[in-house]
Design a protein around this ligand. Structure first.
Ligand code: BV8
Length: 245
């Protein structure tokens, strides 16, 4: 049964104070109030200007590495100007919450989140696409464009993110699944819940009889699995729902 009652959700979250009882599964909507483009919002989303299945893929990189690295440079410049918002900060302030994020930005870390699992990698570094082991931290305010790997010179440098068609990092995925299996509440925040296997964590939570609470600006792929769904902006709703009582 869908329950949009904020007070019931606030009490549910307040009662879950032990470490790991709450897993927060987040997507691009969590960083939207910080001015970071989402992926599917009409008009604003990166996906409306470029086809993500092309640009965020090994094939897209092989076909046009200059375009792909220009796309990442534009996103990195936007992230360089972004600050953690009130939703990042309240999630980071509750040490018992395990944050499992699809986001590749560093805003949850900068807000102080300690227990963080990043399913789709980290946009703040580049690595050799041939996996020779060379990795470079990126200054988001001065993002690099297409360049060869300086160590092996067999391939080019690419962001340390998970592209479509690439596997998620095995240890992080296993840790995320295990955390969701053991949680009491899965808090689904700011995601269309359309990318797999990440979105499959919602079914993992339901199968483990956890309560699924969705906080999103609009109905999403998580709506049908939600025990509670609150519609609104994350930076308004989360501080209210997770305020220390
Ligand atoms: C895999 C990193 C297997 C890159 C991302 C064909 C070939 C291969 C695979 C597939 C295929 N067909 C399907 C698949 C599976 C594929 C997939 O799921 N495709 C989808 C499109 C159908 N998945 C994969 O390919 C995955 N890998 O399957 O590997 C494998 C196994 C072994 C060996 C080899 C292969 C890899 C998927 C990872 C892709 N990388 N990102 C980069 O960032 O450039 S995914 C990308 O989209 C983001 O990282 C994000 O994680 C993801 C989902 O987006 P959301 O975060 O949900 O954002 P979105 O804009 O969609 O929604 C935002 C929501 O927030 C909206 O609902 C909006 O209303 C709300 N909102 C906005 N503002 C606010 C708000 N809510 C509240 N407050 C606000 N202020």
């Amino acid at each position: 049964m869908m329950n949009r009652d904020r007070d019931a959700v606030r009490k549910l979250l307040a009662d879950a104070v032990e470490d790991g009882e709450i897993v927060c599964f987040s997507g691009a909507g969590l960083s939207e109030p910080s001015g970071v483009g989402t992926f599917r919002d009409p008009g604003a989303g990166w996906w409306t200007r470029y086809d993500p299945m092309v640009l965020a893929s090994p094939r897209g990189f092989a076909d046009d590495p200059e375009l792909v690295m220009r796309w990442y440079a534009a996103r990195r410049l936007q992230m360089a100007r972004a600050e953690p918002n009130a939703a990042h900060r309240v999630l980071a302030s509750r040490p018992g919450i395990i944050n499992v994020t699809q986001n590749t930005d560093d805003l949850l870390e900068r807000a102080g989140a300690r227990h963080l699992l990043r399913l789709h990698g980290d946009i703040t570094a580049d690595r050799c696409h041939a996996d020779c082991g060379h990795v470079e931290r990126i200054d988001l305010a001065h993002p690099p464009t297409h360049r060869p790997c300086p160590r092996c010179r067999h391939s080019a440098m690419r962001p340390t993110v998970v592209w479509f068609g690439e596997p998620l990092p095995g240890e992080i995925w296993s840790a995320a699944e295990a955390a969701v299996r053991q949680c009491r509440i899965l808090l689904v925040v700011g995601t269309s819940a359309t990318v797999y296997p990440a979105a499959g964590l919602i079914s993992v939570a339901r199968d483990a009889h956890a309560t699924v609470v969705v906080v999103n600006r609009e109905p999403s792929g998580a709506t049908e699995d939600a025990d509670h769904e609150l519609l609104g902006s994350v930076d308004d709703l989360l501080p209210e729902l997770l305020a220390e009582s």
